[in-house]
Design a protein around this ligand. Sequence first.
Ligand SMILES: Nc1ncnc2c1ncn2[C@@H]1O[C@H](COP(=O)(O)OP(=O)(O)OP(=O)(O)O)[C@@H](O)[C@H]1O
Length: 354
Amino acid sequence: MSNDRSAARESANGHSRNQTENRAEQPEQTAIDIEGLEVTYGDGTEAVRGVDLTVGRGEFFGFLGPNGAGKTTAIKVFATLLSPTAGQVRVNGFDAREESRKIRESIGYMAQETSIDPELTAEENVRFACEAYGVARGERDERTAELLELVGLESVADKRSEGFSGGMKKRLDAATALVHRPPLVFLDEPTTGLDPSARNRLWEYFERINERGTTIFLTTQYLEEADQLCERLAVILDGEIVADGSPADLKRAVGGDVLDIDVGGGADARSRAGAIARDFDAFDDASVETTEEGISVTAETARELGTDLLVALRDAGLTVTGFNVRAPTLDDVFLAITGERVATDAAGDGDGAQ
Ligand SMILES: Nc1ncnc2c1ncn2[C@@H]1O[C@H](COP(=O)(O)OP(=O)(O)OP(=O)(O)O)[C@@H](O)[C@H]1O
């Protein structure tokens, strides 16, 4: 079990109260309310540098950013596992400094490393979490069965979890974070390293949890994941929020469409194509990136005037081997904001079975 999760459970254990009581103590409509959050580590690293953030009850909120952006640091502060250097942090209406125990009792936290015990079966893991979180004895059977069903592990309830795939372990871990029916769940990069099919399956369960009314705060480095799941997103970079809005808002802010053009003839040809696109008068607001295949041009009029650029490239003696006009993705949003494509960890190897 990870230290973080142990800490959350230890705190919850012995101070259990049921969900109704928790909710009664949370009159506010905001699940998370952060003002001026700063976190500087002992070695001087400024991991979070002045973050303001509000997440409403019931929202599926995404915190998106590359490795080292400050996502885990922020989530640890929200879960009261780390003290902020400065700023106000309220979670479920409770103050992180004054009422950290109440926060821990009213949240679920799924850390990056799964905290399940491989020696135990799926069912035993969930039961253990019920005990740790102080779920009343008489409710444990039903709660365990309900959660195993929710995450699609009922058919392997009596199997030891050490033999589970990465995706199954993550789903079991998600179930253990929900035993006390928290109104707010923090998921810290829950799908990192999983293959696409395992990832898709987890997405389904997260959506289900959210449909039941649970607020979800998800950190991810996967743009597609954020796009698929989140109603609202904040993009964090070097400890600061650099964009905030729905995925559609953020894509609209990129401005226009994206024209991807494949150019033959090597790096010199691609760089010449980039220069021609940058000087191309018909696109007054274009941003141009040289890619591995050619160039990528984002402009208001990319759809209407894209063919004119293809002609210009051909007239300059360049060979266009393919092209495509498309709506912007979150990857383009990231590029527009940061000037760089997001580099993420590669997906893990086949653990998508089940
Ligand atoms: N305990 C620590 N002591 C010093 N610096 C730290 C510590 N933990 C994290 N950092 C640094 O703080 C910054 C933010 O790290 P953090 O783990 O919050 O980012 P992240 O966005 O969650 O990245 P990842 O996806 O890699 O988990 C990074 O520069 C990281 O190296």
